[in-house]
Design a protein around this ligand. Structure first.
Ligand SMILES: [Zn+2]
Length: 115
């Protein structure tokens, strides 16, 4: 369970102390966050090989799809808004959470392949 919490907090999988992203605390940004190459505490290299984070794209896709489906269920079935309003809300939510998904997908990807 602590691995899940560490992955959600974007902590280093090796020492669990260093931050993968120096701008921690800013969950929603409108620019692509800069990821550290190595852990500031234990010097663990995050990108194990060139193109390692290509697979994080699939994790990001799954996160975005889950958020959009959840938004659809909430705003369409429970709140009963019009389709155009629901689409607009989902588009705004997807845009605002894109940075969060970027960070989280990379963190999850690192934890999936950490031995
Ligand atoms: Zn570390």
């Amino acid at each position: 369970m602590s691995k899940v919490i560490d992955a959600l907090n974007c902590k280093c999988p090796n020492c669990k102390k260093g931050n993968m992203f120096p701008d921690k605390g800013k969950r929603i940004l409108l620019n692509i966050p800069k990821m550290s190459d190595t852990c500031p505490v234990c010097n663990y290299k995050f990108e194990r090989e060139p193109g390692f984070f290509f697979g994080a794209m699939f994790v990001s896709y799954a996160l975005a799809a889950a958020q959009m489906i959840t938004s659809l269920i909430v705003f369409w079935y429970f709140i009963d808004l019009s389709p155009l309003k629901v689409f607009s809300i989902i588009a705004v939510i997807a845009f605002l959470l894109s940075t969060f998904n970027y960070k989280l997908s990379r963190s999850i990807w690192i934890y999936l392949f950490y031995k």
